[in-house]
Ligand binder design. Structure first.
Ligand SMILES: [Zn+2]
Length: 148
């Protein structure tokens, strides 16, 4: 059976602060993130199966990613847990403060997204790689092969 990679793109808006960073991202600001999720598997070949010929229904992949990532992080502000900015925002009335146990860089976010998604895919479908664009020209990638 052929192994086929399947990719779906997602977009979300997120603010972040890189406290302690020696560049402009130490200030509160936002990015229009683009996340490309690529999975790999064999197309279903069982006759009469409603998903015949599909590795995974694009709609099912969308639901997993929206549940775990985009609904949670869209219009949120991501900060490092227990940082000064986290302590300030914790006392505010903002609804979507994401305090993470790591600096919310593009690199760390893409690795975190991989950890969220990999165990949540249906049997026979594996996460192949993720590509997270922070800007139109800057992105980080996570590959299953690089992280056995
Ligand atoms: Zn930034």
């Amino acid at each position: 059976m052929p192994a086929i990679r399947l990719t779906k793109e997602f977009r979300f808006e997120m603010a972040h602060v890189l406290e302690g960073y020696d560049g402009p991202c130490r200030n509160i600001h936002g990015h229009s993130y683009k996340l490309k999720v690529t999975v790999i598997g064999n197309p279903i070949s069982q006759p009469g199966h409603p998903k015949l010929g599909m590795v995974i229904d694009f709609g099912d992949l969308k639901q997993v990613v929206e549940t775990l990532i985009t609904s949670r992080f869209d219009h949120s502000i991501a900060v490092l847990e227990n940082s000064n900015i986290h302590r300030k925002l914790a006392g505010s009335d903002l609804e979507k403060v994401e305090a993470l146990p790591f600096q919310p860089t593009c690199e760390n976010m893409v690795e975190y997204f991989a950890r969220l998604l990999a165990p949540s895919l249906p049997e026979g479908v594996s996460l192949h790689h993720l590509l997270l664009h922070e800007t139109a020209t800057s992105y980080a990638e996570w590959y299953a092969d690089d992280n056995p």
